[in-house]
Design a binder for this molecule. Structure first.
Ligand code: 3PG
Length: 306
């Protein structure tokens, strides 16, 4: 059996070594396609592989057409909006993710970026502190829970909204559960986004929502760029001189925002949330183990295209 790691943004070498051990111990072969620059390279690399480990790499119908022997794709990470699930199912390919494996890394980055943001991007002027501020966590999944844990260490007052998590599950962590996204934005000064990109969430973080936030509003996005309404974001910067936006995924209008609001806007050059050795090891090895367990035992526990 041939397993391919196809990562435009490579794992740490230590994670690749760990993946190789899992694959080779199972009597399978590992192939690597990293930092590819053209889709053609991906289409060639998938031609005769049985399984793939990917990250945010786009896996569409054309890739499935080219991968004649492919049985399983594991997205080493949480969000799988980069994989065409319908095309996978049509090609009889199982798709899985590795939920929770990189969530601490993303949550730690939230605070790295937040401190940078509220200290005015270290430009030498006087900023603010996080202690005593109200933090709103939008979606209380694996990353949201880790954000809440760290926020308490900063002395923040933590709120969350999640359409699918029971109130009790949120409140047992000492986090106040609110009834809607609208309420969360209205009552918290800092909002951290952890919603996936779905047809319902795309463009859902709009001007009205953000404009309802109290003075000194900060929105931090380590989720997906698609959830932000980019025109609404520009309007927010124009109408609210107190507003800051920090993002681990560059919006389409990154250049404009950088030019006009250099002290209130920051986006990482490349998505960095899950880019730690630990997250790469956790997610990469989980992906390899899930592939081996599926190919050998038919275990479909983390399948997302059911
Ligand atoms: C995820 O969904 O797991 C994160 O966004 C990390 O994505 P990455 O593997 O492309 O860094």
């Amino acid at each position: 059996m041939k397993i391919l790691i196809a990562t435009d943004k490579p794992f740490a070498p230590i994670a690749v070594n760990g993946i190789r051990k899992v694959v080779e111990d199972a009597g399978m072969e590992l192939f690597l396609l990293e930092k590819y620059t053209e889709k053609k390279q991906l289409l060639e690399a998938v031609a005769d592989v049985d399984a793939m480990i990917i990250r945010s790499d786009i896996i569409d119908n054309e890739v499935f057409d080219a991968a004649k022997k492919l049985k399983i794709v594991v997205r080493a990470g949480a969000g799988y909006d980069n994989v065409d699930l319908a095309a996978a199912t049509a090609h009889n390919v199982i798709v899985m993710n590795t939920p929770g494996q990189n969530s601490n890394a993303v949550a730690e980055l939230v605070f790295g970026m937040l401190v940078y943001g509220v200290r005015n991007l270290f430009n030498g002027t006087s900023g603010t502190e996080l202690k005593g501020k109200k933090l709103g966590i939008l979606a209380y999944g694996n990353v949201g829970r880790n954000v809440a844990r760290i926020a308490k260490g900063f002395g923040m007052d933590v709120y969350a909204y999640d359409a699918f998590t029971p109130v009790q599950a949120i409140e047992k962590d000492g986090v106040k559960a609110v009834a809607s996204t609208e309420e969360l934005f209205k009552m918290t000064q800092v909002v951290s986004l952890h919603i996936p990109a779905t047809p319902e969430t795309k463009g859902s973080i709009n001007f009205n929502l953000m404009n309802s936030m109290p003075k000194g509003a900060v929105v931090i996005n380590t989720a997906r760029k698609e959830v932000m309404d980019e025109a609404g974001l520009v309007q927010m910067f124009e109408e609210r001189p107190d507003f800051k936006y920090l993002s681990d995924i560059k919006p389409g209008n990154d250049l404009e925002l950088n030019e006009k609001y250099p002290d209130r806007y920051f986006a990482t050059p490349k998505k960095m949330g899950a880019q730690t050795a630990e997250a790469n090891i956790n997610a990469g090895i989980a992906a390899a183990e899930q592939i081996v367990d599926y190919l050998k035992n038919g275990n479909t526990t983390f399948q997302v295209n059911k």
